[in-house]
Design a protein around this ligand. Structure first.
Ligand code: 5RP
Length: 236
C-alpha cells in the first residue's frame, strides 16, 4: 500500500499503519477525518478484508463514512455505539502537552464529540505538525450561519483581551460560497499566530452565542504517533 509515496505521504502512512496495530478485534473505533486519517481507514479496511479483523467504525464526517464503507469497514453511528474503545484521528498541530488544533478539514465538531466519547484518543501526524505553541495554524471555530458576521465581530473583540499575537479572522470559503460543515454550519478561521493559554481560549470561545465548537482539543488526546518521511515512527 505504501508503494511510491512522497516523503509526506510516507510519514502519514507509517503513522497510520502503526496506529492501526492498536486496533483489536471487537473494538468500536472512532475514525477521524483528513488525509492522514484516510490512510488509517485504508489500513483498517485491509485488515478487515485480509486478516478478518472485526471492528465497527464510527466516522467523523461523510467523507470518512464513504471511504470506510468503500474499504469494507462496518459503519455505525455514535448513537448505536454509545461509547468507543479508541478514536484515531489526524491533527493540524500538537504541542508537548498533546493539546491539539483540529478542524483544517472542517470536521472538528463531530471529531470532538467522537474523541470525547472514547476511552482513548490517538493522534496520527507527520512531524511537521509538532509545535512549541499552538496557533500558527488558523484556529477553526464552527458557528451557526444565523448572524455569523455579528459572531465574527464579537470573536474579534474577544481576541483583543486575550494573550494572542494575531486577531484577524476569516470565513472559510469553498469557491465563492461559505464552506458548509456536515452539521450545516460555517467555519471562521482565527489567525492567531500563537495562543498563550489554549485552555482559556477554548473555554471562552465556546461561551459566545453563535459558536458551536472550536478546534482546540484540550486534554482529549492520549497519545500521538508521529511519522517521518524516511519511514520512522515515534509514539508519545
Ligand atoms: C479535519 C482535521 C484533520 O484531522 C486535520 O485537518 C489534519 O488533516 P491532514 O491529516 O489532512 O493533515 O482536523 O477536520
Amino acid at each position: 500500500m505504501s508503494g511510491e509515496l512522497s516523503p509526506i505521504d510516507k510519514a502519514k502512512y507509517v503513522a497510520a499503519k502503526t496506529a492501526a496495530d492498536l486496533v483489536e478485534d471487537g473494538m468500536r473505533v472512532g475514525l477521524g477525518t483528513g488525509s492522514t486519517a484516510a490512510w488509517l481507514v485504508r489500513c483498517l479496511g485491509e485488515m478487515v478484508r485480509e486478516d478478518g479483523l472485526k471492528i465497527r467504525g464510527v466516522p467523523t464526517s461523510t467523507r470518512t463514512a464513504e471511504l470506510a464503507r468503500e474499504v469494507g469497514i462496518e459503519v455505525i453511528s455514535l448513537d448505536e455505539a454509545r461509547w468507543l474503545d479508541l478514536t484515531i484521528d489526524g491533527a493540524d498541530e500538537f504541542d508537548a502537552e498533546l493539546n491539539l488544533i483540529k478542524g483544517g478539514g472542517g470536521a472538528l465538531l463531530q471529531e470532538k464529540i467522537v474523541a470525547t466519547a472514547s476511552d482513548q484518543m490517538a493522534v496520527i501526524a507527520d512531524a511537521a505538525k509538532e509545535v512549541s505553541a499552538l496557533g500558527h495554524f488558523p484556529l477553526p471555530v464552527e458557528v451557526v450561519p444565523f448572524g455569523w458576521q455579528t459572531t465574527q465581530t464579537l470573536i474579534e473583540e474577544l481576541l483583543i483581551s486575550m494573550d494572542v499575537m494575531g486577531r484577524k479572522s476569516s470565513l472559510r470559503m469553498t469557491g465563492q460560497r461559505p464552506f458548509i460543515t456536515d452539521e450545516g454550519n460555517y467555519i471562521i478561521d482565527l489567525h492567531l499566530g500563537r495562543i498563550g493559554d489554549p485552555r482559556q481560549m477554548a473555554l471562552v470561545l465556546n461561551q459566545m452565542p453563535g459558536v458551536v465548537e472550536n478546534g482546540l482539543f484540550i486534554d482529549i488526546c492520549d497519545k500521538v504517533i508521529i511519522g517521518y518521511g524516511d519511514g520512522r515512527c515515534e509514539m508519545r
